[in-house]
Design a protein. Sequence first.
Length: 200
Amino acid sequence: MKIRSHHLPFITLFTAFLLTANAAETAQKPLCDFKDIATAKTLGWRVLNDDVMGGVSQSRTTYRNNVLEFTGKLSLANNGGFASIRTKEMAFPITDETGITLKVKGDGRRYELRLQTKETVSRMGREFPVSFSSGFETEKDVWKEVRISFADLKQSWRGMMLKDHPFKPSDIQMLGIMLADKKPGPFALSIAWIRADKTE
């Protein structure tokens, strides 16, 4: 069957659309997908709250309905004020990606994506890992995809801002989520997946 010439522009555009869509899809690299709970658990997600400094904030993780639920209660008592979860130290398949995208459902509070690499800072005669982080907003009971560009990451150690520490994506060895918005009270964040990508 012959294709009439006036159909060709449409076919060309449609083909280009498919190629672009496929390229965008392959540009994303899964780091953690909670639909596969068994694999997600191998990342060793664990709680780390301000009780390590005398605070009394509480949090927990629950795997439910193909998501990870990070819930608890933030407290500012005893100079506390943060609750977090993080993976164990491990290698992640990140090479030339430029950021990380998360699919989350929140409670209207501001959370932080926190990353650790092999980069360290010298303090008290010891080497400590530098935290690279960026905040993201959530909407109450609304699923949304939030993207964190590596170019927007800030660096710190125990709340102290740092500078001049290079960030190398291929050296990422820990993923984390933190709540430290100085607003005491209950919180809830659901995470469906985390991916590295090249989208700008």
